[in-house]
Design a protein. Structure first.
Length: 95
């Protein structure tokens, strides 16, 4: 799968990132969310267990896309909005 890298400014809180993409005339809207897991919020867990707890607590409509480079304070985590298939006629939730 082809990838496009878009640099983002430093994020000090959860941020929504919406991207509109046109490929061969077909427009798509992609939705992402960047969060920072702070190690201090998960003490006394190890960093691996803290990351697992953080990921287990997420909304399942947001799929893990990427885990950034960890720092002394935490690690940035990128999620992609991927809603589960819904029953016919059901309302579509907003990301």
């Amino acid at each position: 799968m082809a990838q496009i890298c878009v640099p983002l400014p430093p994020l000090d809180r959860p941020r929504a990132v919406d991207v509109e993409l046109t490929i061969d005339g077909v427009r798509q809207s992609l939705h992402y969310r960047v969060e920072t897991l702070l190690w201090a919020d998960y003490e006394p867990l190890s960093k691996v267990n803290a990351l697992q707890a953080f990921l287990d607590a997420r909304d399942p409509a947001w799929q893990l896309a990427s885990i950034g480079v960890p720092s002394e304070d935490g690690v940035p985590v990128l999620f992609r909005y991927r809603p589960r298939p819904m029953a016919e006629g059901a309302a579509v939730p907003a990301p």
